[in-house]
Design a protein around this ligand. Sequence first.
Ligand code: PFF
Length: 455
Amino acid sequence: QDSAENQGQPREQWSGTFGFILASIGSAVGLGSIWRFPFVTGENGGGAFVLIYLACILLMGIPVLLSEIVLGRSTQRNPVGAFRRKAPDTPWFLAGFIGITATVLILAFYSTVGGWTLAYTWDALSGEFGSITVGQAEARFGSFIGEPETPLLWQALFMALTMAICYFGLEKGIERTNKFLMPMLGVLLFVLVLRSVTLPGAMEGVHFLLYPDWSDVSLTTIFEALGMAFFSLSVGAGAMITYGSFLSKKESVPSAIGNVALFSTLVSLAAGLAIFPAVFSLGYEPSTGPPLVFITLPAVFAHMPAGALFAALFFLLLTVAALTSAISLLEVPLRYAGDEFGWPRGKGTLLIGGFIFLLGIPATLSFNLLSDVKGLAGLPIFDSMDFLASNVLLPLSGLVIVLFAGWKWGVSRLLSEAKGTSDNGMPFKFMWGFILRWIAPALMAIVFIFQIVSS
Ligand code: PFF
């Protein structure tokens, strides 16, 4: 039972489709597109990975996105409550738990990187990136994360900001921050792309990103691309069930889906175009891993007029983009605790946010004090958390969500509920029905089975 309803309060709602679209784009566009996409693409060989990523968005990401938003709106519940309401006394709700676990894990290591963006905003503001070479940028980043105190403090600040925005609630906190700053980030990214592709020798990077070389593609590439698609669309975690639960039945779902998919993909590709031409032009390594963007970009800014200013603005906007994703991550367990146990927002924010911060500490320490400690598959702690959440939990919960939507709840019911009062609902209903029931679950299941068999 919904505690807010029990107390006679109506559920909070977005101010119309626009508010919802802004918030969902805010959730989708974040460090995933600008920090994670470039380094994962770099580690997986470039162009072929990008094409597989795009196919995963279309054939698996978007079907899960559709199912999540409609399920959330139809039930007005958190991810666990939503399944329980549609299919009481069945185990489907476990998908909700997998999603909630994923959000907690993701936010834990996301806050490490959020802390890096805050620190880099500060450094850029003090003019540190006016004239820096890629070698200096690498040494700088190395010494920054090489000791625990400073990164932990920035991480704590990032978590505190996330918690503060969540605490002050939906309307005020989430919508307003998205309205102006996201378009600005887009413009700045565009300027960066222009600078990067006009550096000497940049075409090699463009080629790396856009030219598919299939000879290096393995099952791992596909697995990584699937995780990346889910991560960048914010699906599989129940975040879109949660956001959908605040959407009024009058509003149109298809336009929201189109916008989320379009913007998150465009920003990922733009980030790739900002990074790889520079990586090759500056003679750097595409497969550097998580620090890639923090080493490459300062060196690109140093090649721009008023570079220090651009750098400060860019890292500031990236921090904002990270925060609008982080609040959607925190909102999931918060809404669960609120709906199911009646926890007020303040208590939920403090306890859950505090817990996630503690969980994030080892992620930050895995770059210094705990760098020798190995977790899953021999990976460092930070990478293990990312691997488990992004490559395993998100697609797993996504698979259950589309199976639920396609087979238990029913495609025709789902598609008719996607309709707002003033639109016709999903276009190409037959095609979406087919993708939801057959293509998406079959592809996800195949990727999983092969991954398990081959490991
Ligand atoms: N989509 C976000 C990003 O790309 O930064 C990360 C994210 C947010 C993943 C919310 C999952 C989620 F539920």
